[in-house]
Ligand binder design. Structure first.
Ligand SMILES: Cc1cc2nc3c(=O)[nH]c(=O)nc-3n(C[C@H](O)[C@H](O)[C@H](O)COP(=O)(O)OP(=O)(O)OC[C@H]3O[C@@H](n4cnc5c(N)ncnc54)[C@H](O)[C@@H]3O)c2cc1C
Length: 401
């Protein structure tokens, strides 16, 4: 099936073909073993890292490939088509490198980037806490400054962290800053690794930060909060507000992953419906099935259009929320319909559809739930963000008549 991205250039197409070939040989044969816990997925991600697949957009001097963002998204679509779990681990693994680059930090921090980009070390990105999920203003993790030692002291708890229990380097968001820490440092503790409905092979950690001492240079940013400041215990701080800048690209990435999974499910459902014979005909001859395929394909194309518009404009938080909401819901519905088309065999592990359905369900929760996306969208709509377009559409219609 064609790429989810419209109008690929010749070079982008060549990259897609190269990625497809690599993944067919170096990822596809191991998917079942990862799912069944017989193979550690990071063994594979690390070998993909040697090819630059953990840092497609990073300069070559850091072990990356120096390509534009679209190349990273093409790779993400392709890996998610095989395993959402592997792509989530890979992408979350390089988040600390993205953040170090974004904050343009010092030479010492740049040393971390090379290890992460080459896939030699595992990264994680931490903002969620037991009391702070959708509502990050309830975040409690906080850093104190120790002038005498040129260090910050970080205390708190983080949960639902991809790679959290196996990470080497982690970016931790606190009420008053963001810091890069190493799991080998004193005070870092893994409380638990969660068992999940899907995304098997992914390491999802619950972490405790027991007064971790962090050298000054490891702060991506820090803002002192006075001892008597109400901001220390609740409410939105500038640190929490700054997370919004990261959430927009994350929502685009999750939408790409969603459509990567949906494409696999749609492809299998189309093929199966043409091959499976019941009542002396392929089941695609029954409208109950072929109309379902029609609806799935239409939803897929609509989601693709929205995603491409978002990628081409990177317009606003509202459009990013619309894209994430729509792509992730549509992907879930496509996987569910695909399972229905496969009947009993779809419910077994003979085809990857049941895995796709379990895995893709996460995307309606992680990176902002469906409900939070709707909250963001309605706010943008009432603020008049769509008005200009609605007015110009009206003008077009009027001039037509
Ligand atoms: C597999 C997985 C991977 C993850 N990876 C990471 C990671 O790497 N790093 C990280 O920091 N976090 C990560 N997360 C956390 C994820 O971002 C949160 O789970 C998500 O933001 C929701 O928070 P919550 O689970 O606390 O749910 P809650 O915020 O408690 O929400 C519970 C329910 O209430 C609804 N709700 C909440 N507020 C409102 C409202 N105002 N209006 C309407 N409904 C509302 C929600 O939509 C949801 O249905 C991950 C989570 C999972 C499950």
């Amino acid at each position: 099936m064609r790429s989810i991205f419209l109008n690929l250039t010749e070079q982008e197409m060549a990259w897609k073909n190269e990625v497809d070939e690599t993944l067919k040989n170096e990822l596809a044969p191991f998917i079942d073993d990862i799912e069944n816990g017989k193979k550690e997925m990071w063994d594979i991600i690390k070998s993909l890292g040697k090819k630059g697949y953990c840092g497609v957009t990073f300069p070559k001097r850091f072990g990356g490939l120096g390509f534009p963002t679209k190349y990273e998204l093409i790779l993400s679509e392709a890996i998610s088509g095989y395993s959402l779990s592997v792509d989530m681990a890979r992408l979350s693994g390089s988040y600390p490198a993205f953040l170090i680059r974004m904050f343009g930090k010092t030479k010492q921090l740049r040393n971390y980037v090379e290890y992460l980009v080459k896939g030699e070390k595992i990264g994680a990105f931490c903002f969620t806490e037991p009391d702070a999920g959708s509502d990050l203003s309830r975040m409690k993790t906080i850093a104190e400054k120790d002038e005498n030692a040129d260090e910050y002291i970080l205390t708190g708890e983080k949960r639902f962290i991809v790679n959290g229990s196996i990470a080497d380097y982690l970016v931790i968001y606190a009420r008053n800053g963001a810091f890069i820490i190493e799991s080998a440092w004193d005070g870092f503790e893994v409380i638990e690794e969660y068992q999940m409905m899907g995304l098997h092979g992914l390491h999802l950690g619950h972490l405790k930060l027991n007064q971790i001492r962090i050298p000054f240079e490891n702060a991506l940013f820090f803002k002192e909060l006075k001892k008597d400041s109400p901001e220390r215990s609740s409410g939105k701080t500038s640190s929490i507000a700054s997370l919004q800048n990261i959430l927009v690209p994350e929502r685009v990435a999750l939408s790409v992953q969603a459509l990567g999974v949906a494409k696999t499910a749609l492809y299998i459902a189309i093929k199966y419906s043409q091959e499976r014979v019941q009542f002396k005909r392929p089941i695609s001859a029954f409208e109950g099935i072929s109309f379902k395929i029609a609806k799935m394909a239409t939803k897929f194309e609509a989601a693709k259009s929205l995603l491409n518009r978002m990628i081409n404009t990177m317009e606003s938080g509202t459009l990013a929320a619309m894209t994430k909401l729509f792509c992730c819901q549509v992907a879930f519905e496509i996987c569910d319909d695909a399972l229905q088309i496969l009947g009993g065999i779809g419910y077994t592990d003979k085809y990857p559809i049941e895995r796709c359905l379990r895995d893709v369900r996460l995307l309606r929760i992680g990176g902002g739930t469906d409900e939070i996306m709707m909250y963001v969208i309605q706010k943008g709509v009432y603020k008049g963000e769509l008005e200009e377009e609605i007015i110009s559409e009206k003008e077009k219609i009027n001039s037509f008549w």
